[in-house]
Design a protein around this ligand. Structure first.
Ligand code: T5A
Length: 208
């Protein structure tokens, strides 16, 4: 039986990584084999591309270059990790996926979504996430959390308006895809967010 692809999205410092660990435990307790992974990255080559994208050696990278690198990492990730895991019946929990490209490169950088869609269709064929949790919170709260964690990466150094556009793009996509998306109010203590995530997962598991 094919597995499921669950993706987790949100702006900087939304708490995705924190909650993904709880989600993995929850799904394993429900009897599923879970593969936890992330984008950009998830493979040896993908992690090298991630370092290029997040580091500061190429600060002026063109939006098209950035997008193509992200999809190069994604192609590798799909080929080596995601598709084999799904084929084996495992559930894949992915920290960011193509919705992040629509939000950051589309909303944030202003790349036309039709161009992203071309790459999405090419690299993924008909593969889309089965469920996407969007951790939504005010930009100020997320950036303050991310800032407490250490030095800013190349994205975290963007101007404020960039992150507002990213948030708006995510919310707009979630509004257009209510079957796939669940929006989680992430501006609350870890335990409250976790409780909501578990409630959402429980309800979703009853349907699949
Ligand atoms: N990117 C990615 C694109 O531009 N396009 C794409 O297609 C893709 C896939 C890297 C960057 O790549 C860009 C977007 C990103 O800028 P990333 O590593 O996922 O992606 O980067 P971040 O989202 O910046 O990762 P963060 O670690 O900042 O955010 P998380 O994972 O959402 O948050 P988390 O759990 O690490 O928490 C951050 C801090 O907040 C605390 C944690 O302890 C931690 O210190 N925290 C909370 N504090 C208070 N209340 C809560 N509820 C908290 N939850 C966590």
């Amino acid at each position: 039986m094919a597995g499921k692809l669950i993706t987790v999205e949100g702006g900087e410092g939304a708490g995705k990584t924190t909650q993904l660990a709880f989600m993995r435990d929850y799904l394993e307790r429900a009897g599923h084999r879970v593969v936890l992974t992330r984008e950009p990255g998830g493979t040896a080559l993908g992690e090298e591309i991630r370092a290029l994208l997040l580091g500061h050696r190429h600060d002026g990278m063109a939006p098209a270059t950035e997008t193509l690198l992200i999809f190069a990492a994604r192609a590798e990730h799909l080929e080596r990790i995601i598709r084999p895991a799904l084929a084996a019946g495992h559930w894949v929990l992915c920290d960011r996926f193509t919705d992040a490209t629509y939000a950051y490169q589309g909303g944030g950088r202003g790349l036309p979504p039709e161009r992203i869609a071309v790459l999405e269709n090419w690299v993924q064929s008909d593969l889309r996430p089965d469920l996407t949790l969007l951790f939504d919170l005010p930009v100020a709260v997320g950036l303050a959390r991310a800032g407490r964690r250490g030095a800013a990466d190349r994205f975290e150094r963007e101007e404020w308006a960039f992150f507002e556009r990213v948030r708006a793009a995510y919310r707009e996509r979630a509004g257009r895809n209510p079957d796939r998306y669940r929006i989680v109010a992430a501006d609350r203590p870890v335990a409250a967010v976790r409780a909501e995530v578990e409630t959402l997962l429980a309800a979703w598991l009853e349907r699949v």
